[in-house]
Structure formats: C-alpha cells, structure tokens
Design a protein around this ligand. Structure first.
Ligand code: NG6
Ligand code: CA
Length: 521
C-alpha cells in the first residue's frame, strides 16, 4: 500500500529515552545467556546488494553466506548510512549521522582519530555491558591525536582502546592507502626496527619509487586511475610511505591474517559474552585474493575476492560451531556501501562481469545517491533468539543498529549519545515488520536522500552527473529535486518531482528538520 503521508515527527531516539548521567557504568563480568548473546558484525567493504549468491549473484558461489541466510533472516531493504566507507562506519559505530560532522569523509591513512575518545561508541556500549570487545580488519576512522603527526614507530597516543575496544588488529585505512601495516593494540604489528616507518600524504620521500615513475615495479597490480604513489608488494597506493620492512602486509594474506586474529579472539573469549566487529578488506581494491581463491569465480579478481569473503565468513561460523557457541551468537553480515566495478586498478573487473549485477536491480553504485549506493545485503542469524523467517523487506538503516543492539543487551546510554539511533530491535530480530517510515542516505558529495517504502527523494545540488576521479559511477546529482516512485520500478528512472510538489515539500521539510534537530552539532 502506498502511503502519501509521511511521518514527519522525529522519533525520539531510544538513547534519549534511557539516558542516564554522564557517569559510565562499571564493567560487570557477565555470562553468555539469552540476554547477553555474543554479537559479531561482519562488515564487508564495497560488497553490493547483488554480490552474494543468495541475493542473485551470477558467476560466483557463496555457500557459507547462503547457509547463514538460510539459518537466519535475509533482509532486502537495508541501507548503509552513506555510499562511502568512513561516514558509514562512523555512523554505525556512534549512532550519529556522519553528515552532522564535516570531518567524516573518506579518510586518509594518516587521518587523526575521527571518533573522539569522549564519544560513546557501540564498543563502549558492549564493554560497559560486560562484553569483551574487538575490532579486527579495516578501520578507516583515523588513528592518533592529529592528522599527519603520528609516529608510526611508537605506540599511538589515541587508538581504539579509547573507543571501547579491548583488542584491535586493524588496517589504519584501506588496502589502497598507506601505511600498509597492521596496527595491533595501538602499535604497528610485527614492527621491524630496521625499517622505521614514515608516512606522508603530501610528498614522497627522496629515493622511494612510485607507481607513476616506476611502473616496471608493479608486478602484482597496476592502477587504472589514481593509486600511483608508493609501491608496496608490487602494487602502487594512495599516499607515500617509507620503511615498514617485515611489518608490511602482503595483500594476498590479508584475509587469512584478519580471520586468524578473529578466530583467536573468539576462542579466547568463548566463556564470556563478546562483541566482534569484523570488517573485511574484501571486496575493496586492490582486489588481490590469496592464490587458492584465484579462478574460483567466473569474474576474475573481483569475483575471487567475493569467494575469499565467503571463506572468511565460513571460518567464523565454523569456529563458533566448534566451540558450541553458534546458537547464542548473533551474527549480522552487511556492507559499508554499494559496489563499484573499476575502482582504480587494472583487475579486469569490468571486462569479466558477464551477467553479474553487483548492485542487483538497483540503479547506481558506490559514491552515488541512487539506491545502489547504500542498499546493501544484510543477514542476521541468531539460532537461540530468532526464527529463521526467510526474507524480510522491512526498511532499515544501519544507524539504528547501535540503539537496537543496546536494547537487546539492556545497555544504558549516556545522555546525548547515539543521537540518531532508534531502537528497531524487533525489525532486526524479525518480530516486528513495521519498519522505519524513512531512512536518510548520504552520497559522496554530501547530498542527502530520503527513502521511504514507496518513494525516493534526492535533494537538488549542482554537482556533476558522474564521479570525477575515474570510477564509472553515477553521482545521482541533479540541479532540480528528484522524486522516484519505487512502486513503478526499483530502477530510479522517471523523475516525478514536478507531479508531486506536496511530497517534495514534505521531504525537504523532513531533511531541514533533521539537519537542524537537537542532534546537530
Ligand atoms: C577513492 C579511491 C578509491 C577508494 C575510495 C574509498 C582514487 C582514485 N579512488 O578516492 O579507490 O579507495 O576512495 O573507498 O583514489 S571506501 O570504500 O573506503 O570509501
Ligand atoms: Ca567501502
């Protein structure tokens, strides 16, 4: 049923409803019970709505994710907060829309910590509710006190411990950005004192080769656009770095490395409730999966990276099974933004795509305002707590996962924390099919869109129609407002804004209210 009337009321976040004073509750040791299930968020990178077999992928098999979906709920209308990584991750982990802050765009590898130590994060929420907490994999939310000032050869002054994670083993940004080393508990892992690390996003270090000047050294992957600065492991990157020695990662081993650290964390905490944020490097560029996954899909490196992602998921599931704790572990699998095919390396992703549609039936890709930018796969499995109801088309945003998971574990929220996150636990667990009346989506150039069950509104802006840095992605920009009737087809095609000025006005009003609401800073 089409609803033309929008609920303009800003639902008060659960955070406010259960607000307590600023004093943080003490960590109490808890046991894993139904009120305190383990929670594992498996957060893929650039994995599109159509990239998994259980979402209709062609040319690639994902048996482990298929099994997860078969034993849980496969959601078909879940949105990342933004169509790029840093703002989506910021929003997921803080429950605050990234667009409320100016410094949450795609972060450099030497960005200072974007989430401030004083903010109450999802990890704080679990930690203060008695959970062991860990972040493993891609971080991309900055490290250290201040951009560009980190001494990578010593413990960093601010790291994830200040954000509620007891343990972390992370990549500072992305695999295509320096520094190409893992950070474990605030220091470079496997640090090599014979090769001190220097990082700059401004200038190269004298004598260091770059992809631009030394293409003959690119024995693993060559760039298709950008990505022509420092060379690590025969692949040129964004940014300049020197040193690293034996601490430098090998791209083909990243999935193995983060998965084994995740398994170790799970094993070490199998007797107490734990929260694991497992953020994979797959399927972000440079796509360079381990040789054992090569040729396992019909799509070359991008498809093989999906196979590798599925393997990681299988390893986590197997570990939980072996420890006998799968039943009371709530797994959420999703992605930080929609897909992109050529994102800067000559990996033949475009040539080998065949019939595969990375964004499924939706228009647009990563970076853009169309649905393909933020519509992501989302699977929830918790044998002890939810019925495997199959599919759910409830409208949901990742912004609500913090308040929803907080409600699940009985967390208390300091006043003002998670300001945009609403308790939608019933949606997440499949017991309530009435979804959010609307979700907000953010594109790479800060254009906001509203999606309801029936409509998609994209605010007017003056940007170009395609991204300007090489990726063949539509931005969704238009100098006049866009309104699409999603019942007329999921592929945003006919702009009916002129036929529905009342609705356009309602959406504009809603965005204005959201932008100026108390949560805005
Ligand atoms: C872009 C990069 C792209 C990717 C993206 C961030 C170029 C030419 N392109 O600037 O390859 O790294 O940033 O992706 O540099 S995200 O998924 O982490 O947001
Ligand atoms: Ca991403």
């Amino acid at each position: 049923m089409k609803s033309s009337l929008l609920t303009l009321t800003l639902l008060s976040p659960v955070a406010a409803a259960v607000a307590v004073g600023a004093e943080a509750p003490k960590k109490n040791k808890k046991v894993q019970d139904r009120e305190h299930p383990n929670v594992v968020i498996i957060y893929a990178d650039d994995l599109g709505y159509g990239d998994l077999q259980c979402y209709g992928a062609k040319g690639v098999e994902t048996p482990n994710v298929n099994r997860l979906a078969a034993e849980g709920i496969r959601f078909t209308n879940v949105h990342a907060v933004a169509s790029t990584s840093t703002p989506s991750r910021y929003s997921l982990l803080t429950g605050e829309y990234a667009w409320r802050r100016r410094d949450t765009d795609i972060a450099a590898g030497n960005a200072g910590m974007i989430i401030k130590p004083g903010q109450y994060t999802m990890a704080d929420m679990f930690k203060h509710s008695g959970y062991a907490t860990a972040a493993i994999g891609k971080w991309h939310l900055g490290l250290g006190d201040k951009t560009g000032t980190q001494d990578w050869n010593a413990p960093l002054p601010s790291s994830l411990y200040d954000l509620g994670f007891d343990y972390h083993y992370i990549m500072a940004a992305t695999a295509d950005r320096v520094p190409c080393v893992f950070i474990e508990n605030g220091s470079v892992a496997n640090y090599d004192p014979s090769a001190p690390i220097e990082v700059s996003y401004v200038r190269n270090f004298p004598g260091e080769p770059t992809g631009k000047d030394n293409p003959e050294l690119l024995f693993n992957l060559k760039p298709s656009h950008g990505h022509n600065q420092s060379i690590v492991n025969g692949i040129s990157r964004i940014g300049y770095m020197k040193g690293g020695g034996k601490a430098l990662w090998k791209d083909e081993d990243i999935a193995d490395s983060i998965t084994s650290h995740a398994i170790d964390f799970i094993k070490a905490h199998s007797n107490e409730p734990f929260f694991l944020y497992f953020a994979t490097n797959d399927v972000h560029v440079p796509r360079f999966p381990h040789p054992r996954f090569r040729g396992q899909s019909a799509m070359g490196l991008r498809g093989d990276a999906i196979v590798q992602f599925d393997w990681c998921v299988g390893q986590i599931m197997q570990t939980l099974d072996e420890l006998g704790i799968a039943d009371n572990t709530l797994i959420i699998l999703s992605s930080d933004n929609g897909p992109v095919v050529d994102d800067g390396y000559q990996d033949q992703a475009e040539e080998l795509l065949g019939d595969h549609k990375p964004a499924g039936p939706f228009r647009g890709y990563k970076y853009g305002a169309y649905e393909g930018g933020t519509m992501v796969p989302a699977i929830v499995r918790w044998p002890k707590g939810i019925k495997p109801v199959g599919e759910s088309d409830v409208l949901m945003s990742q912004i609500d996962w913090m308040a929803s998971l907080g409600a699940l574990i009985g967390a208390r929220f300091p006043q003002g924390s998670a300001p945009d996150s609403q308790n939608r636990l019933g949606n997440l667990l499949g017991t309530d099919s009435t979804g959010r009346p609307w979700v907000v989506e953010q594109s790479a150039n800060h254009v906001l869109s509203i999606r309801t069950g029936d409509w998609k509104y994209i605010e007017a802006n003056d940007g170009p129609a395609m991204v300007t840095w090489g990726a063949k992605c539509e931005t969704g920009n238009s100098s006049t407002p866009q309104l699409y009737d999603l019942n007329a087809g999921l592929y945003e095609q006919d702009n009916v804004a002129l036929q529905h000025p009342d609705l356009v006005f309602e959406f504009e009003t809603l965005l204005r209210q959201l932008r100026t609401s108390a949560a805005a800073r």
